[in-house]
Design a protein around this ligand. Structure first.
Ligand SMILES: Nc1ncnc2c1ncn2[C@@H]1O[C@H](COP(=O)(O)OP(=O)(O)OP(=O)(O)O)[C@@H](O)[C@H]1O
Length: 268
């Protein structure tokens, strides 16, 4: 870690320009500790519209913890998170979701006993038990949209299958279908392709690329280098809670010090 610290200045100086998209999410001097362990250490990072930013770093670097603070599942100790200029600090996770920030979880958090179709519908009908705006016609429209999303995620024939009965890859794609239904401005994806076989993750890459081309902004936590290289516009590299680099994929991945940390972790 000490060796890395020496090189931080040089790496930060070599940062690529951020691009000219609107800054959707701005993280400023964010800190979070668990007991004596600093898991977010003075992190500042901008996520811009239309950019795919990948968070990489060894296990335990603090990537998921950063997502948890953005989405209101954890409260930072200090620092600021601005969504299009508005502070997210102190807001509950469902309020943040309604502002246009959607996420997936490593453990997927599907409704196991519900069908695939119902899993996606619940994203569109968050108050369906109390009130269904528009009645039958609106519900029919939502169903048509669900089926369109299921077709795009390769789940068309599984609409009536319980989430519990899906294969691992199908569950991952259902998680993607749910986030596609959320109509969010930005997607935070926590290892969405982990454990996928080669053909599934190629399909996943194609899906993600086409959604990004339609205008969705993505921040993705990913360990699979093929995915990282295949999808990233920018890479933010975290280690031990610190943001060590934020730049173009080539610059970050070819940095020998970061590679040592990254591959050291991969082979451990
Ligand atoms: N609720 C918690 N209480 C205590 N420690 C926690 C908690 N959540 C995370 N940690 C610790 O914080 C550190 C960062 O964890 P985090 O899950 O954010 O890392 P990560 O970079 O996402 O790792 P991975 O790539 O393995 O998912 C780890 O040491 C983890 O054990």
């Amino acid at each position: 870690m000490n060796a890395i610290t020496e090189h931080e200045g040089a790496m930060q100086a070599a940062l690529a320009p951020q691009g000219d998209g609107e800054v959707l999410l701005s993280i400023r001097h964010l800190n979070k500790s668990f007991g004596g362990l600093k898991v977010t250490n003075d992190v500042s990072l901008d996520l811009r519209a239309g950019i795919v930013t990948t968070l990489v770093g060894p296990n335990g670097a603090g990537k998921t913890t950063l997502f948890n603070q953005i989405t209101g599942h954890l409260v930072p100790d200090d620092g600021e998170i601005l969504w299009r200029g508005q502070s997210l600090i102190g807001r509950r996770h469902f309020q943040i979701a309604r502002m246009g920030i959607a996420r997936t979880f490593q453990d997927l958090r599907l409704f196991n006993q519900m069908s695939v179709e119902e899993n996606v519908l619940t994203v569109m009908e968050p108050v369906s038990w109390i009130w269904q705006p528009g009645g039958c016609a609106a519900r029919q429209q939502r169903l048509e949209r669900v089926h369109d999303i299921l077709a795009r995620t390769g789940l068309a024939t599984k609409a009536r299958t319980r989430a519990l009965d899906l294969s691992y890859a199908e569950r991952k794609f259902l998680s993607m279908a749910r986030i596609m239904a959320a109509d969010a401005r930005i997607w935070l994806l926590d290892e969405p392709a982990s454990g996928l076989d080669r053909s599934s993750y190629k399909r996943f890459l194609g899906l993600l690329r086409s959604e990004v081309a339609k205008g969705v902004t993505v921040c993705i936590i990913e360990h699979n280098l093929d995915i990282v290289v295949g999808i990233s516009d920018r890479i933010a590299f975290l280690d031990q809670g610190k943001l060590l680099a934020d730049g173009l994929p080539d610059e970050v991945l070819k940095n020998p010090h970061l590679a040592a940390i990254y591959f050291g972790d991969q082979t451990s």
